[in-house]
Design a protein around this ligand. Structure first.
Ligand SMILES: Cc1ncc(COP(=O)(O)O)c(C=O)c1O
Length: 396
């Protein structure tokens, strides 16, 4: 048999993928699973976006421009201006999800063997994109005890080598829910300027910030124009994960020109989805206010319920819709599997994401799980109750 590539063989699997067969078997046994493991929001997509496709009279579903439709990019620039991020349509490339913006960013700024420093735990797919591009992920540990705040500047500096090309952050963070302060962004700005690096910020959860805190984007920071690349997405913002639309934003012309060549290889982002997303930009502010309020209430319930679990350490998320919980167990992989295979409370169990898959450093996060609070409040409460009862049984 012809052999597959080494790159293919080393491509990491999703950290929750290996739990899927156990979940499927549980369902076959008639067990109801409450999914705390996935980031698919249950929030309705704005009707205005869906109607734009339904009411469309296109006769040919043609390619769009490689960088995305002109009218759409103009409107995206308007969205950023409202968020105090001043960019032009030419600074924006529409991509097939934030995922493709990540891939284009890494491909644009680093070669095989180059290094990118990423605070861990981080969005597990960064490993996949690094593998695809041959880039080495250099993790820098952030700690649950500090709520996953930005590690000290000296720690970053210790990791910078001649091969370091960039620092990649996720703000607010998946899986930590940590929201970087303006001061933290300023610290990062000073390191990337001092060492002539890129700063890539995955800001796909920008809208979801709590406790009356505002998001501070790397493109609001002056003097970063040549260094900053934003990865963005409509997936969570408008609950349009299936549209597969995101953006790469940079004021660095060389970055845009190079990323565009990656774009040319895939011809264009999806046309119908851009029509929906262009319309979504007219979503009234009240939609976001309601969604944010809903997530904040869910977070409050989740955190207060989880803090009642004896021996659990809970990081308090200030953004996005994830949280990391350290449990009084040895191995979250084994526990997550046991929840699906051997436990149920009145016919129900929960599926969680073991957090080790969000760390690059071997051995970290082994007793932690990630919970996504994209469920209704009552269901979240029920899920934590199940988790609490399960831990009692598991301890014996
Ligand atoms: C931090 C982060 N970045 C990027 C993405 C990619 O999203 P999409 O490709 O749907 O835009 C996700 C999806 O969950 C995410 O959590």
């Amino acid at each position: 048999m012809p052999s597959i590539s080494r790159r293919g063989a080393t491509m990491p699997e999703s950290p929750i993928r290996k739990l899927v067969p156990f979940a499927e078997a549980a369902i076959k046994r008639g067990i109801k699973i409450i999914h705390l493991n996935i980031g698919q929001p249950d929030i309705k997509t704005p009707k205005i976006a869906l109607d734009a496709v339904k009411n469309n009279t296109l006769e040919v579903l043609a390619y769009s421009r490689t960088e995305g439709a002109e009218t759409y990019r103009e409107k995206i620039a308007g969205y950023y201006a409202k968020n105090d991020i001043h960019v032009k349509a030419d600074d924006i490339i529409v991509t097939t999800g934030g995922s493709e913006a990540l891939f284009f960013s890494l491909g644009t700024i680093a070669d095989t063997g180059d290094e990118i420093i990423i605070p861990e735990p981080f969005y597990a797919n960064y490993n996949g994109f690094a593998n695809e591009t041959g880039i080495k992920v250099v993790p820098i540990v952030s700690h649950i005890e500090d709520n996953f705040a930005l590690p000290a500047i000296e720690e970053f500096e210790k990791l910078i080598t001649p091969r370091t090309k960039a620092i990649l952050i996720c703000n607010p963070g998946n899986p930590t829910g940590y929201l970087y302060s303006k001061e933290e962004i300023k610290k990062l700005a000073s390191i990337v300027k001092k060492h002539n690096l890129f700063l890539v910020a995955d800001e796909v959860y920008r809208e979801f910030t709590y406790d009356n805190r505002d998001h501070y984007s790397i493109l609001q920071e002056s003097g970063l124009a040549e260094h900053a690349i934003i990865v963005d997405s409509v997936s969570k913002r408008y609950s349009m994960c299936g549209a597969r639309i995101g953006y790469l934003v940079s004021k660095n012309k060389e970055v845009i020109q190079t990323a565009l060549k990656f774009g040319q290889a895939r011809l264009s982002p999806p046309t119908y989805a851009q029509i929906a997303c262009e319309a979504a930009l007219d979503t009234p502010q009240s939609y976001f206010d309601d969604v944010k309020k809903e997530y904040e209430e869910r977070r409050n319930i989740l955190i207060s319920e989880l803090s009642e679990i004896e021996g659990a350490v809970v990081a308090r998320p200030q953004g996005a819709f994830y949280c990391i919980v350290e449990l009084p167990i040895e191995n979250a992989d084994t526990f997550a599997k046991w929840l699906l295979e051997d436990f149920n409370l009145d016919g129900e169990t929960v599926m969680v994401a073991p957090a080790a898959g969000f760390y690059a450093t071997e051995g970290l996060g082994t007793n932690q799980i990630r919970i996504a609070y994209v469920l209704k409040k009552e269901e979240l409460k029920r899920a934590v109750h199940i988790l609490k009862e399960a831990l009692k049984v598991y301890a014996n």
